[in-house]
Design a protein around this ligand. Structure first.
Ligand SMILES: Cc1cc2nc3c(=O)[nH]c(=O)nc-3n(C[C@H](O)[C@H](O)[C@H](O)COP(=O)(O)OP(=O)(O)OC[C@H]3O[C@@H](n4cnc5c(N)ncnc54)[C@H](O)[C@@H]3O)c2cc1C
Length: 438
């Protein structure tokens, strides 16, 4: 039997049947096969989700091969791309037409369908998640029917299906609003957490990201301004060998070794965090370069992550509460605690439904496959986020179930009504949907 696991190797499943779809017809056939057996089926994009959202013990339909760009309209700034294309492939195709995705997450490996289904986001108060750029999509419903949804046709499906958690049907293509290509001027450096959490600081740039560094004494601020594209490459400093030594040997293997040791001797963690920051997060720097390279960065090795979106009004207090937890002994608070900001939207199950929010994310690395004491830190973090009215990232670790989630989302019932219409027998279920959607 095939074993599937997510990138972080934190969740796996053994589907009874695995089908690969390179075309829309393959999707129809894949769904038919599940229907014929009365089996449940889950869609898999690029398996990047840190939780078990994409796992299946029955049928699994892998759509990564459905990855063509069907159409790019430069005048209207729109693209139609198939759901399995990776964000990196899509960004490259757009760049050839001097267009770009409006904003980006930290990595580019996700499939477009997976990123949309989970509301994948970057940072920037005026920019929403990827789901909010969706003008329309094509979907094969579990009964095999091909539906095209946008503001005028199947508008209910379009509205909630922009963030559908893989629970409404198999999306095969998306029409997205994109933008003319742009560069980013980035300034980053040490900053006090108090300063960075002021609206003047994070709202004073097009894009802002703050890394609170537990046990370090300063935070790391990253701010970016959009500037006209000049097809510049982001400048790299130092020699090739110097960069290899610093990034690969110290930043990757050295950090991993430090965290592994801190797993055995927890009292070492503050020193590991300080050592890493001393090399990588000490001196201010500035750069200008293409948006793709500037938005993304190396997220290093396997890790558990949780991320919650809290209302902007309480963001500073929520971050302070997380800092108090992080500085307290007993928790393995790895760096960074990442703080980002995104615009609000009107998508039923979007964590930013109804207004701009501040995202707070924690990480627990898994050095050389060694799981550290992540659970107490994550549980304490989740309790704080709940107290501040947070909503969890759908693809990351969280423990709450349907009762609490329902209370967070005013349009929960609308989502469930569309789900009842397109998947009345819950063919698209897995353990995650049962735990989370009820
Ligand atoms: C190192 C790392 C960094 C990350 N950085 C960010 C970040 O900066 N911001 C952020 O928001 N997230 C981030 N994520 C999370 C990631 O963006 C999401 O988990 C995303 O869903 C992964 O896409 P995928 O293609 O791998 O989806 P999968 O994990 O394969 O699937 C996710 C969900 O999408 C559904 N799905 C996939 N394709 C389709 C389809 N065609 N039709 C219907 N449903 C479908 C699946 O059924 C499943 O429910 C990061 C993850 C990692 C590992």
């Amino acid at each position: 039997m095939n074993r599937f696991e997510n990138w972080a190797e934190t969740y796996s499943s053994r589907p009874q049947v695995v089908k690969y779809a390179d075309t829309v017809d393959d999707v129809v056939t894949g769904l038919e096969a599940a229907r014929a057996e009365g089996a449940a089926v889950r869609v898999l994009g690029a398996a990047q989700s840190p939780n078990d959202i994409a796992m299946s013990e029955e049928h699994l339909l892998v759509v990564r091969g459905l990855n063509q760009v069907r159409e790019i309209d430069r005048e209207r700034c729109e693209v139609v791309a198939e759901a399995g294309i990776s964000l990196g492939e899509l960004a490259a195709a757009l760049a050839r037409e001097r267009l770009a995705l409006p904003n980006l997450s930290s990595i580019l490996r996700q499939s477009l369908g997976g990123a949309a289904a989970t509301g994948t986001h970057g940072t920037g108060l005026r920019w929403g998640s990827l789901s909010s750029w969706i003008e329309g999509f094509e979907m094969v419903a579990v009964d095999g029917m091909l539906v095209r949804a946008d503001r005028s046709a199947h508008a209910d499906l379009w509205s909630v299906g922009r963030l559908g958690l893989g629970a409404l049907g198999v999306q095969t293509a998306f029409r997205l609003k994109v933008v003319p290509e742009f560069d980013l001027r980035v300034e980053e450096g040490p900053v006090s957490l108090e300063t960075a959490m002021q609206a003047e600081w994070y709202g004073g740039a097009d894009h802002a990201r703050v890394w609170y560094l537990p046990h370090v004494g300063h935070a790391w601020g990253w701010r970016a301004w959009r500037v006209p594209a000049e097809r510049r490459r982001t400048e790299k400093h130092g020699s090739e060998i110097g960069r290899w030594w610093k990034d690969r040997v110290l930043g990757y293997h050295g950090f991993q070794a430090g965290l592994w040791l801190a797993g055995v001797f927890p009292a070492m963690l503050p020193a590991v965090n300080r050592a890493y920051s001393g090399v990588f997060l000490k001196d201010p720097r500035a750069s200008v370069g293409g948006s793709v390279a500037q938005f993304t960065f190396d997220c290093l090795f396997h890790q558990r992550v949780a991320e919650w979106a809290v209302p902007l009004e309480v963001a500073e207090d929520a971050v302070t509460a997380v800092r108090e937890l992080g500085e307290r002994g007993g928790f393995q608070a790895h760096l960074p605690v990442e703080i980002r900001f995104t615009a609000g939207d009107d998508i039923a199950l979007s964590p930013t439904f109804g207004g701009a929010r501040c995202w707070i994310g924690i990480v627990s690395y898994i050095p050389w496959g060694r799981e550290l004491y992540w659970r107490p830190w994550f549980e304490a973090f989740e309790a704080r986020m709940l107290a501040f009215g947070g909503r969890p990232h759908w693809a990351k670790e969280f423990a709450i179930g349907p009762e609490r989630l329902k209370a967070m989302y005013p349009e929960w019932a609308e989502f469930q009504a569309v789900r009842d219409e397109y998947d009345p027998n819950r063919r698209l279920k897995n353990r995650y949907t049962e735990r989370v959607l009820g």
